[in-house]
Design a protein around this ligand. Structure first.
Ligand SMILES: Nc1nc2c(c(=O)[nH]1)N[C@H]1C(S)=C(S)[C@@H](COP(=O)(O)O)O[C@H]1N2
Ligand SMILES: [Mo]
Length: 320
């Protein structure tokens, strides 16, 4: 049993159903809340109209799933973003404190032309596409989200990376003044870091997302720019990125450092490999009512045809 640096949720606690229900009652305009329900002071009452629209034409992507997307309210109130707390409602309550302007991403490592990308160049890019991807969390829930973004490859291809660059590493902002979770003595090591193999990073399904439903990325979803890797568990889709580096060795990743027996480097969605504390065979569809519908989890989150070839010859039980 690994030693955790903060209390890990028990399997039975991974979907804080009560909190979620109270939130939905609140949003439906219910005036009487269940006794003892503690709602965050901000965030939950916001509607899609409170968010700024992206101001460029957004193309529809052929990569989208045909499944119906979750409402904006689900997407912006049930989040994982430990920089703002460990509860699903914490990011909506606390991420309003984050200032996202100005914002830039430093790209470096094994490249001959390192540079700093101004986020506005991506926000105003004619390459922006809407892609409806399922975000599948390792906690066995999922949501379908209309992300707006550009293929990460479009950005990476501008860099003259060196021959020994085999991986790409990513890192999130560290700003404890605005990120309440980073002020806690118990928690993850900051910055939150992630990584992909170079071919995964270059895969056309991998995007840098800057919005949701045609709006600029809500803070709780990783404003102003976050990764979305649809065939991997949600934690690979790192938020509020400030650094990207081309590297030679497999880079460290936050959840693998935290609990190596539970979270591997690859973290491909795989119903055949259980999490040590629960099954990964099915997932709860967030927003699907009191009892919640479940669906069978698909290999590579439904993108088997597109990505299976990346892992040919690899043992996906060992490389989880
Ligand atoms: N920087 C950072 N990125 C992060 C996380 C986090 O805690 N910090 N949580 C991850 C996890 S576990 C999930 S499931 C997704 C959730 O994305 P969403 O809140 O937009 O649905 O973000 C991922 N990216
Ligand atoms: Mo997650």
């Amino acid at each position: 049993m690994p030693v955790y640096r903060y209390p890990m949720p028990k399997g039975s606690e991974i979907t804080p159903e009560k909190v979620f229900l109270n939130r939905r009652q609140f949003m439906a305009g219910a005036t009487v809340l269940a006794a003892g329900a503690s709602l965050p002071s901000t965030g939950y009452a916001q509607s899609i109209d409170d968010y700024e629209a992206l101001n460029v034409a957004i193309k529809d992507s052929p990569y989208s799933t045909k499944d119906p997307a979750n409402p904006f309210e689900d997407i912006t109130t049930y989040n994982n973003f430990y920089e703002f707390g460990t509860g699903k409602g914490d990011p909506a309550a606390n991420a309003g404190a984050l200032t996202t302007e100005p914002w830039s991403i430093k790209v470096g490592g094994l490249v001959n032309n390192p540079s700093t990308i101004d986020i506005n160049d991506i926000l105003n890019s004619p390459e922006l596409e809407e892609r409806i991807y399922r975000l599948r969390c390792v906690e066995a829930w999922s949501m379908v989200i209309p992300w707006v973004g550009i293929p990460l490859a479009n950005v990476l291809k501008k860099y003259d990376y060196q021959g020994d660059a085999k991986y790409v590493s990513f890192e999130t902002l560290v700003r404890p003044e605005e990120m309440i979770g980073q002020r806690s003595a118990f928690g993850l090591d900051w910055p939150y870091v992630e990584g992909l193999r170079l071919d995964e990073a270059m895969h056309p399904l991998t995007i840098l997302a800057v919005g949701v439903y045609g709006k600029q990325m809500p803070n709780q979803n990783g404003a102003p720019i976050r990764l979305v890797v649809p065939w991997k568990y949600g934690f690979k889709s790192i938020k509020s990125i400030v650094g990207i580096n081309f590297v030679a060795q497999q880079p460290p990743t936050t959840w693998n450092l935290q609990a190596p027996s539970e979270y591997g480097f690859y973290s491909n969605v795989n119903p055949g490999v259980d999490h040590p504390r629960w099954s990964q065979k099915s997932e709860k569809i967030i927003g699907s009512g009191i009892f919640g519908s479940r669906r069978q989890t698909e290999q590579f989150n439904g993108y088997k045809e597109e990505v299976a070839s990346l892992y040919e010859g690899m043992d996906l039980v060992k490389n989880y």
